[in-house]
Design a protein around this ligand. Sequence first.
Ligand code: OGA
Ligand code: NI
Length: 378
Amino acid sequence: MMSCQAWPEPVVRVQSLAESGISSIPSRYIRPQSQRPSNATTFAPHDHKPSQTDQGHYGHHDHDHVNIPIIDLENLFEEDQILRKEVLRRVDEACREWGFFQVVNHGVSHELMKSGRELWREFFNQPLEVKETYANSPTTYEGYGSRLGVQKGATLDWSDYFFLHYMPSSLRNQAKWPAFPPYIRKVIAEYGEEVVKLGGRMLEVMSTNLGLKEDFLLNAFGGESEVGACLRVNFYPKCPQPDLTLGLSPHSDPGGMTILLPDEFVSGLQVRRGDEWITVKPVPNAFIINIGDQIQVLSNAIYKSVEHRVIVNSNQDRVSLAMFYNPRSDLLIQPAKELVTEERPALYSPMTYDEYRLYIRLNGPCGKAQVESLASQT
Ligand code: OGA
Ligand code: NI
């Protein structure tokens, strides 16, 4: 299998660049006109007047924002089957219509969410030399990084990140996790446990909603002890020319499902909806959940991964914690046979997640090009 040992050119830390006081960004970060945030069709609040049914169907609409659906999970954990079914129905609708939604009352401790965010902010605010001791390589991506993909001369994104393995426990190596600030390892471990538990529940909900056995998706991912979970903490420094660049290029998440803890104060995540990019307005203490390419494949495209990107701004840094919930990397992932019929044949050929993610590891984020290239030619 082809893989890559080193970055093709010296790595520049975006945070150092931002803190150096430059007033214009290096050309490597400047995107062609058509890919700049200001040039894309963004949602124009006054041109769009959704009907009543639109509002019900497509989620929350307030004065100046269309937002992705917000779902209260409280009743998921209740005995009352009628209330529980209503939550399931809302999740199903969000998965089919949006591929992206926010959840509140999800069972993860708010305290833990807050300390997770704060400790990671402190990590990124340490001196560069300390962070460099965790510098990553494109072989595993574990550690402190500043780019995705190894194409020499590629346009770069305005962000740094830290990537680590949480599950399976055989890949969990605390020695590769930050040792400072104090407690960060403990908080990562506790946060990981709760978020992975939430992920397991969401897989049960999605399996049930797809008409499959409750444990179908978890088993397809390799079962509780073999499922993959990786944390990527994104740091988007403030940027002197935010209209010329992106914090993260358009992509769909290659794995199964992502549970994102966004910055509580600074927005930046945009989700593609037709030709528009909708800026997600985070709700306090919520997680943002989105469908990844592997669930698109397993569900035979009943659920689809959705393209998203991140914009930056000139006033504030932004931190987000993305937990990627993935299949065990050596299992073949293919459409569930229950979802393959004569009218709806299998849309994708089988592939392991190991093979699948190699593409993004080499090429970096590429919209939805990869999952679309997997569509079988039948
Ligand atoms: C990601 C991602 C969004 C964000 O890490 O894959 O889409 O808001 N992050 O940081
Ligand atoms: Ni993403």
